[in-house]
Ligand binder design. Structure first.
Ligand code: PLP
Length: 391
């Protein structure tokens, strides 16, 4: 770029200035620098299901290559509605209550754009998925944090009361959760639902790890009495079907909320990738055995990595769902960035520093997140490295 091309003619927006680089993606980059094994970013290093690859190729060959219906392929919305009834005990209308979008990431953004005005407060449970803050910054929302404590990351009425009293517009819930692996219990969801009802608050529930569960059960907020009017479910294909690069997600919400989200979605991305929506129909036809195998495979990987982290002297928390292990990192370094750097340089393993899952104003965070959505051979190589690493 020329010298003039890199100069600013005018100040950038607050939105741009307040959006930091993703530390998760950054960790992947320094993996390359130190030749470390990448247990940082939440993406599988193994193949997507063969049937899906074939279906995507066939869809392109069949010339499903132009814009799809903005709301999403009708047949795909119908299959999502069927899944919602079968697995979440919720009846939804595919015509008016489901929108296919570009990943859960777009789903979260259109949900926030639909509900949040500048200055509106949104409750986020810490540690939280990194994207929630930049997504909220984009719409001018103000995060209100509630910090959960390991190992159970419990929610209580005493914790909720003061923060709801401040006046919230929405609460973001992620179950099963990244990075903690917390699976919200029915009692906890009911408690939050009761507060949402009492204080007139919306719930945005990110359920992208719905099928990756080792203990407990997945309960969709939408299935709780009274929550249909105040819940937006965000979900997607990335994690369940190992296709994070396909950028396919969806939202489920009542017709009024959906109509608003659809208008925004239309002008942001028009539609999710057409051939991949056709291929996703094949994914939706996978039977229960697919989900059981997915969870069993991840459980094996979880157990392998968990033991190695424990043996090296860290204090990992056994996750009940999703595909991450959270551990305190104070034995490695005072601060999580230094702990992650030390692990990459000395043990040859990249993890994500805990501060990107925490209140940005927090002085010091001591936590690391390890992703085990990796081939057994990758995890075994990481375990070997951990076995020779001295704290
Ligand atoms: N929500 C959570 C909790 C995640 O962990 C991720 C990805 O890591 C996403 C959403 C993004 O999902 P998608 O690939 O569908 O945009």
């Amino acid at each position: 770029m020329t010298a003039t091309g890199s100069q600013l003619l005018h100040s950038l927006s607050h939105r741009a200035l307040n959006t930091k680089e993703s530390q998760i993606r950054e960790a992947s980059r320094y993996c390359v620098k130190y030749g470390a094994i990448n247990l940082a970013q939440g993406l599988p290093d193994f193949s997507a299901p063969e049937a899906l690859k074939a279906a995507a190729q066939a869809a392109i060959e069949a010339d499903y290559n132009q814009y799809a219906d903005t709301w999403g392929l009708a047949a795909l919305r119908v299959s999502i509605a069927a899944k919602m009834l079968r697995d979440n005990q919720v009846t939804v209308d595919p015509e008016t209550e489901i929108t296919i979008c570009c990943g859960a990431t777009e789903g979260l953004n259109i949900a926030l754009m639909t509900l949040i005005d500048p200055g509106d407060r949104v409750l986020i449970f810490e540690p939280f998925y990194e994207n929630y803050i930049p997504n909220l910054v984009t719409v001018g929302g103000i995060p209100e944090f509630l910090t959960l404590q390991p190992p159970n990351w419990e929610i209580t009425a005493e914790m909720l009361e003061p923060v709801f009293q401040k006046g919230l517009k929405a609460v973001i819930i992620n179950t099963p959760a990244n990075p903690t692996g917390k699976v919200w219990t029915r009692a906890e969801l009911e408690l939050v639902a009761e507060f949402c009802d009492r204080y007139n608050v919306y719930a945005i529930t990110d359920e992208i790890y719905e099928y990756i569960i080792y203990e407990g059960e997945h309960i969709s907020m939408l299935s709780l009495p009274g929550m249909i009017d105040r819940t937006i479910v965000v979900n997607g294909f990335s994690k369940t079907f190992c296709v994070t690069g396909w950028r396919l997600g969806y939202t489920v919400a009542n017709p009024t909320l959906t109509a608003a989200m659809r208008r925004i979605h239309d002008f942001i991305t028009i539609c999710a990738p057409t051939p991949l929506q056709h291929a996703a129909l094949t994914a939706m036809s996978f039977g229960r055995s697919y989900f059981a195998q997915l969870a069993a495979d991840y459980q094996r990987k979880r157990d392998l990595l968990y033991s190695a982290l424990k043996d090296v002297g860290l204090s990992p928390i056994l996750p009940k769902g999703a595909y991450y292990i959270w551990t305190d990192s104070s034995v490695l370094a005072k601060d999580s960035n230094l702990a992650a750097l030390r692990l990459a340089q000395e043990a040859g393993i990249a993890a994500v520093p805990g501060n990107c899952f925490s209140d940005p104003n927090r002085e010091q965070v001591t936590g690391l997140r390890f992703c085990f959505a990796k081939k057994d051979s990758t995890i075994e190589a990481a375990v070997e490295k951990l076995q020779t690493f001295k704290l």
